[in-house]
Design a protein. Structure first.
Length: 106
């Protein structure tokens, strides 16, 4: 019987160049794989992996979210400015009725 000591987990390793913790698959250059539905996904097998391709994807997602959030805030400010009582372009139509959507409940 071999020695039954518990071996410390070898992965993720610390990359000496970028000083990031990298999982075994990224260390070997396998960054993408296909899942059961034949979609391309990350091949990282460790949640602690901080490889460059994963951090770039997170940066892109954060930038995309920031753009969406700023566009939403801009639309909200424009809407509030148009609906403000002191807006000289605002015209009240007493005959205005909302569109009937069929969702009125008794």
């Amino acid at each position: 019987m071999k020695n039954s000591r518990v071996v410390a987990q070898e992965w993720p390793k610390l990359d000496p160049i970028t000083n990031r913790s990298i999982c075994e698959k990224c260390w070997n250059g396998i960054h993408k794989k296909k899942d059961a539905y034949d979609r391309i996904v990350d091949a990282c097998d460790n949640m602690d992996c901080d490889c460059v391709h994963r951090s770039e994807a997170m940066f892109v997602d954060m930038e995309r979210k920031a753009v969406r959030d700023s566009a939403k805030a801009k639309r909200l400010l424009e809407k509030e400015a148009l609906e403000a009582d002191d807006n000289p372009l605002r015209a009240d139509n007493p005959n205005f009725q909302k569109k009937y959507t069929g969702r009125t409940h008794a």
